[in-house]
Structure formats: structure tokens, C-alpha cells
Design a protein around this ligand. Structure first.
Ligand SMILES: Nc1ncnc2c1ncn2[C@@H]1O[C@H](COP(=O)(O)OP(=O)(O)OP(=O)(O)O)[C@@H](O)[C@H]1O
Ligand SMILES: [Mg+2]
Length: 261
């Protein structure tokens, strides 16, 4: 599936703001995401990373702004699009790995069901084939395929996060939004998951917006970085450049781990 307009970015976020009453969630965010590009979003806790991602994913309604998406449905503003189209886009074009896997999984259906559900929503009906694909994806995210009939509630936090990733990637989305996909995992599992994600991103030419508090993960996975502070972007640029030579004092504190990201 190619974008309808090849000379436009895949995603264009324009003047996006979200206020919770008088609290700033995120404010006046602007950026573009190209096909095959990975953008990292970093910043201290409470800086608005999850809010921004939720507004793009459509699970929060922004107070202002637009999220233009260049898809086979045209270059449309997701904020203004109607419900039915949004659901279709969410099923076929985008994936959202939430910070808390319980928000992104159906806890009362099996691991295999969580993966298969998306395939069925996209019209696949052959049970044997669905099961085969689910088993394959469990293996790809390093969950023992024997756990296919188990409920996600019996999984560890890290396993739930990996299941969420599999359930999101199974339908080959164009864009995947990930909120802290590696947090709460032990170091060896984290390293393997990063490796899985790198291969997937390269192999599927996936575009990704990755929120992470882990700057090493940001460096490994993202081409460009956006640094958030109090809901705003304070610095952006190539990941290596930002991490090796941060300009803003806030980014310098973040990189030197004086601020808790
Ligand atoms: N549902 C909500 N209602 C009210 N305020 C909210 C809500 N969600 C987020 N906020 C506020 O918006 C700001 C940004 O929160 P957000 O969760 O986006 O931060 P974050 O950068 O993802 O933090 P963390 O790294 O801890 O996950 C915070 O001040 C937070 O209290
Ligand atoms: Mg968050």
C-alpha cells in the first residue's frame, strides 16, 4: 500500500495541543514523519509524551490542531475524520502500543485471540491460517507458542508488552506508535526486543513514533529525536547529534541523567 500522494510526508502533525483543564498535556506540537522513518520522543516524566501519542492515535481528543495522514484514503486530518473511517484506518493502517499493556490488550481473550482478532477484523476467516500466523508472531516476539491459549492476565508485564506489539504488527500497519515498549523488561529481554523491533522496522519499512525514557533505546531505534519539556518540544534533530551534542540545557541535563527521563 503506497501513500496516495508520494511527495507528501506520511504524517504531518500541526499545531497540536491538549489541555486537561488548566494543565498542559502537550502544546503546539509540529513535526512530520516520512515513510520508513523512526522518530523518538524523549523528555522527563510528565512532559507530555503519552498525551501527544494518544492524540495522534485518536484515544484522546486534542484541544487544537491537526494530524494529517497520507494514506490510500487520501491526505486527511485524523482529528476531523468520521468515526467509521477512523476505525477502518486504526484496523488497517496504524498500530498503537500503549504504555500500559492492559490498555492495549483484551485481557479476557487468549494471547492467540488478541493477535487473531485484528486479522479477523481485516476479513481473514480461515481459522487454521489465523492460528498459524498467531503462532508465528508469538515466536517472533519470543513468547513460548505453547502459551497461545493462555489469557494475557497470566503473562508477566514484559510478555504482555510483547504480545501487544505482536497484536499491533500482525496486520502490517503503515505507522506504529509505541509508548515505552521496553520499560519494565529485564535487560536481556529488552535487548532482544530492540533487536526484534529493528528488524521489523527495516524489513517492513515501518514508520514509527517511539516514546521512550531510555535514551539508549532512542539512539538505537530512532533516526530523529524530539525532546519534550512541560508539553512543548524544546529541541529536535538527528538522534546521534542530539545525544552527543545537545544544545538545550534541559536536553543536556536529560542526557547526563541529572533529570529523570
Ligand atoms: N487524563 C488526564 N487528566 C488530567 N491530566 C492529565 C491526564 N493525562 C495526562 N495529564 C497531565 O498531562 C501532563 C503530561 O502527562 P503525560 O502522561 O503525557 O506525560 P509523560 O511524558 O507520558 O510522562 P511519563 O514519562 O511519566 O509517562 C501531566 O501533567 C499529566 O498530569
Ligand atoms: Mg507516558
Amino acid at each position: 500500500m503506497t501513500p496516495s500522494t508520494p511527495n507528501l510526508p506520511l504524517l504531518h502533525v500541526q499545531n497540536l495541543s491538549k489541555f486537561y483543564g488548566r494543565t498542559i498535556g502537550c502544546h503546539n506540537i509540529n513535526f512530520e514523519l516520512a515513510q520508513g522513518e523512526v522518530i523518538g520522543i524523549v523528555g522527563e516524566s510528565g512532559s507530555g509524551k503519552s498525551t501527544l501519542l494518544k492524540c495522534i492515535a485518536g484515544t484522546e481528543t486534542p484541544t487544537n490542531g491537526s494530524v494529517f495522514f497520507n494514506s490510500s484514503f487520501g491526505f486527511l486530518d485524523l482529528i476531523q475524520a468520521d468515526e467509521i473511517l477512523l476505525r477502518k484506518i486504526a484496523r488497517t493502517h496504524t498500530g498503537f502500543v500503549t504504555q500500559n499493556p492492559r490498555d492495549g490488550l483484551r485481557m479476557n481473550i487468549s494471547a492467540g485471540g488478541n493477535i487473531g482478532e485484528r486479522l479477523m477484523a481485516n476479513g481473514m476467516r480461515n481459522y487454521t491460517q489465523i492460528r498459524k500466523i498467531a503462532l508465528d508472531w508469538l515466536e517472533r516476539v519470543e513468547i513460548d507458542p505453547e502459551r497461545i491459549n493462555d489469557l494475557p492476565s497470566t503473562f508477566s508485564g514484559g510478555m504482555q508488552q510483547r504480545l501487544q506489539i505482536a497484536a499491533n504488527l500482525v496486520c502490517d500497519p503503515k505507522i506504529i506508535l509505541m509508548d515505552e515498549p521496553t520499560s519494565g523488561l529485564d535487560v536481556s529481554v529488552q535487548a532482544r526486543l530492540i533487536d526484534v523491533l529493528r528488524k521489523l522496522v527495516a524489513g517492513l519499512r515501518l514508520s514509527m513514533i517511539l516514546v521512550t525514557h531510555d535514551l539508549a533505546v532512542a539512539r538505537l531505534l530512532s533516526h530523529r529525536l524530539y525532546v519534550m519539556k512541560k508539553g512543548r518540544i524544546v529541541e529536535s534533530g538527528l538522534s546521534d547529534q542530539i545525544l552527543d551534542d545537545p544544545r538545550e540545557p534541559y536536553t543536556q541535563l536529560l542526557v547526563s541523567s541529572i533529570l529523570k527521563p
